[in-house]
Design a protein around this ligand. Sequence first.
Ligand SMILES: *Cc1c(COP(=O)(O)O)cnc(C)c1O
Length: 229
Amino acid sequence: MSAIADNLQAVRIRIATAERLYGRPTGSVQLLAVSKTKPLADVLAARAAGQTAFGENYVQEGVEKCRTSAGQALEWHFIGPLQTNKTRPVAENFAWVHSIDRLKIAERLSAQRPPELPPLQVCVQVNVSGETSKSGCAPATARDLCHAVATLPSLRLRGLMAIPEPSDDFAAQRRPFRQLRELLEQLRAEGLPLDTLSMGMTHDLEAAIAEGATLVRIGTAIFGERNYA
Ligand SMILES: *Cc1c(COP(=O)(O)O)cnc(C)c1O
C-alpha cells in the first residue's frame, strides 16, 4: 500500500471509532479529502484507495485539478474563500461549494451554473468563533442568508460549514461545533431541508463528530504537511 492509502485507512478508523464512541450511526460521517497544494498524483493515489470526494481551496489550482481529472468519476468540493470575480469557473467545474458567506456570491454561482449540470450543492459558512480575520458570515446573519440562498434556482442548499479557531482542549473544540449544529437544527425547524454539517479537520474531527458532523474535511492526516514554499 502507498503511504496515502495507509493514511486514508487510519483516518477511516478514526472516523469509525468516533462514530461508535459518540453514538453516531456507522457510515453517517462522510470523508472529504482536502488535496490543496498537493499534486494530482496524490489525488489519484487516494482514488486508487477508494476515496472519491476531494476538496480544494484555491480557484485556479482547483479548477485545474477538476479539468485534468475529468473522466475519473471524482466529486470536487470548493471549500476556500471565494471572490465575486472568480465565481464562474467554480460554478462551471465543481459539484459542491462549502464557503458561501454572502448572497452576492450565491446569486452569481446560481446564475453561472451551466443548465446541463445538476444544481450546485452548497453550504453557508458561519464564523462561529467570532474571529474577525476568518471568513464566514456572522451567526446573526446566517439565518437570513440561508433562507435567501435556498430560493436560488441552480443551487441546492445542503447545510452549514465552519472552521473554528484551533484549540487543543476537547471541550473548547466542541463548543463552536455545537453552536453550528444548533443553528442547523433551528433552520430545519423553520422548514429548510438541510442534511449537512461540514465541520472537523485533522486536529478536531473527533470533537466535530461528537457534535454531529456529517462531513469532515481532512488534508494533513491523508496527504501529509502542506508545503507553501
Ligand atoms: C486546509 C483545509 C482543511 C484541511 O485541514 P487539515 O488540518 O489539513 O486537515 C479543511 N477545511 C478547509 C476549509 C481547509 O482550508
